[in-house]
Design a protein around this ligand. Sequence first.
Ligand code: DGP
Length: 112
Amino acid sequence: MSETIFSKIIDREIPADIVYEDDQCLAFRDINPQAPVHFLVIPRKPIAKLSDADEGDKDLLGHLLLVAGQVAREQGLEDFRLNVNNGAGASQTVFHLHVHVLGGRPFSWPPG
Ligand code: DGP
């Protein structure tokens, strides 16, 4: 996988407002927030998109979701939305897997 802006954040080559990190993942605030609280949870492992993950990534994917929920609660969110854009046609722009966590405003359904 080619290097992305997120691998530079992992390697501390560019700054980010990191709200959580452990040996498997990082969570940091989105530079272009779409809600009062908007952060991204990314694996340290460079997986380009969700559909590139495989059976061996099962625990890691579960961990990303657990961290998303835990950090959302720490950020004071009770209701929040998770979003994963998979592929350019689904508005993915950074090809390093990331879970968007958005909260602090109402969300409608279906999404746009
Ligand atoms: P997506 O469209 O799903 O690939 O979302 C990529 C998100 O990444 C987008 O909401 C903006 C955010 N983003 C892009 N570059 C940076 C950056 O350099 N720093 C931070 N914190 N967020 C970024």
